[in-house]
Design a protein around this ligand. Structure first.
Ligand code: CP
Length: 339
């Protein structure tokens, strides 16, 4: 058996041409291609925290490609795993990721992991040590199903959605990324991946959030580097209105303040002050026939109004639906043998 070991921790792990291949394959699957690229292959899914879309779409993707998915949930199917190297394992974790990854690699042709960041210190969680430990100790590809820093699978679906809406070339399109409030905010992984993907594609990005909600410093530096290397532009603005003006897409997403990372009470307090960040028809009307995107889950009438979510400009269900063909495209590319 030819085994590929290319992992996908972040979108940049795919070259421009391989990214195009995934999106082309996804479009072929949507057009009815029945290729059974995973016949006889097994994919292990390890969830260290919950998921609705990622779990379901990935399992269905493997099934539709003729493979078999094996689902394991931390806490019920297996135990805590140690990710640090060289430690004396006298704590609560009875097994090391190094051993778990080596063993599961002998059963599965790929491992898809949704890690759970510790949630105490951003400087620690931003290193993505858990998913990286899996990738460096696995003999088969490891696919990141959303770590602290990156969510490449969501953004593959977003890129397909943009391609279907505006055509293959989104150079010069204006993307407004707008922070939205939530008492249980997500991490910034989607926005990090989206920001880089949009700039790589040549889009002009305007990012709006309240003070204190700056994205990861390393991610922002890379974003500025991308604008220096290409035609894309990137600006940070202080209001949703400023970002939305003239936008082709308003991409709404809640994320927690990294400056108060690990302090949920502080996050809830900030939500109470942030009602004016609701995405409604008035905000949408500032765009240039703007479409709404959101990766979900979405808090209705706190992040986005019912009217906008259920209206004709909303692409949110299409984004969610596109998780399936893009993951089929990715799995086909990674697992069809020496790809
Ligand atoms: N967007 C997304 O990844 O959804 P889930 O958390 O439900 O998988």
């Amino acid at each position: 058996m030819t085994r590929s070991t290319q992992s996908l921790i972040r979108l940049r792990d795919l070259s421009e041409s391989r990214l195009e291949d995934v999106l082309d394959l996804a479009q072929r699957f949507k057009a009815g291609s029945q290729r059974a690229e995973l016949t006889g292959k097994s994919v292990g899914f390890l969830f260290f925290r919950g998921s609705l879309r990622t779990r379901t779409s990935f399992e269905v993707a493997v099934q539709q490609l003729g493979g078999r998915g094996v689902h394991l949930s931390a806490g019920s199917d297996f135990w805590e795993l140690e990710a640090r190297d060289g430690v004396v394992m006298d704590g609560t974790a009875p097994e090391h990721v190094r051993d778990a990854a080596a063993v599961l690699s002998t059963y599965c042709d790929a491992l898809a992991i949704r890690p759970k960041p510790a949630g105490k210190a951003w400087e620690v969680d931003r290193r993505d040590e858990g998913i990286r430990a899996w990738a460096s100790n696995s003999q088969v590809p490891v696919i990141n199903m959303e770590s602290a820093l990156w969510h490449p699978l969501q953004v593959l679906a977003d890129l397909l959605t943009l391609r279907e809406t505006f055509g293959k070339d989104i150079k010069g399109r204006r993307l407004a990324i707008v922070w939205t409030p939530s008492p249980t905010p997500a991490g910034p992984a989607v926005v990090h991946s989206l920001l880089h993907a949009a700039l790589r594609a040549g889009a002009n990005v305007s990012l709006a959030h309240p003070p204190g909600y700056e994205l990861d410093g390393g991610v922002l530096s890379e974003a500025r580097q991308l604008t220096a290397e290409g035609d894309a532009t990137f600006e940070e603005v202080s209001s949703a209105d400023a970002a939305a003006r003239g936008a082709d897409v308003i991409y709404a997403r809640s994320w927690g303040a990294l400056e108060s990372y690990g302090q949920p009470t502080m996050a809830a307090h900030r939500v109470a002050q942030s009602r004016d960040w609701l995405v409604d028809e008035k905000l949408m009307s500032l765009g240039d026939d703007a479409r709404l995107m959101h990766p979900m889950p979405v808090r209705r009438n706190l992040e986005v109004t019912d009217e906008v979510l259920d209206g004709p400009r909303s692409l949110v269900y299409r984004q969610a639906a596109n998780r399936l063909p893009t993951q089929k495209g990715l799995l086909s590319l990674l697992l069809r043998g020496g790809a």
